[in-house]
Design a protein around this ligand. Structure first.
Ligand SMILES: [Zn+2]
Length: 136
């Protein structure tokens, strides 16, 4: 019998809880500044553009483009061995923020900078769902 290696899981906290809660319900939210109107990501305590503290988690379209990526061929831990090769992607949302994610629904060789993507949601456990991106 082989040992089960558990995948490292996100640990939602006060700063990221709304992001993970929304993802678990199947939608993507980003912090948006109620003073200058800009979105940002990762979460900051103050707006990185105007320093306002009036931030609000706001639904975004989930549409974006592939800004950058790499293909992982050698699993960083045994927990990912069954997934290689896979794409680690930086996705630029149409609202502006960029986030790191995975590309799914597309062979790694088909990944192309600038390709249109949309958010999808991969349930990892009963409490954690990972936002991933697939071709539009
Ligand atoms: Zn602002």
């Amino acid at each position: 019998m082989s040992e089960v290696i558990e995948r490292p899981m996100p640990v939602p906290d006060a700063a990221t809880g709304p992001y993970w809660a929304a993802a678990h319900e199947g939608h993507l939210v980003m912090p948006r500044c109620n003073d200058c109107g800009k979105y940002h990501f990762y979460p900051h305590p103050l707006c990185p553009y105007c320093s306002s503290a009036k931030l609000e988690w706001t639904p975004v379209s989930g549409r974006g483009t592939l800004y950058s990526f790499t293909v992982v061929h050698r699993a960083p831990s045994p927990a990912f061995a069954a997934e290689v090769p896979y794409v680690v992607a930086v996705v630029e949302l149409e609202e502006g923020p960029r986030l790191m994610s995975n590309l799914t629904g597309c062979a790694p060789a088909q990944a192309k900078i600038g390709m249109p993507l949309k958010a999808a949601f991969r349930k990892l456990s009963e409490s954690v769902t990972l936002p991933v991106f697939e071709p539009q």
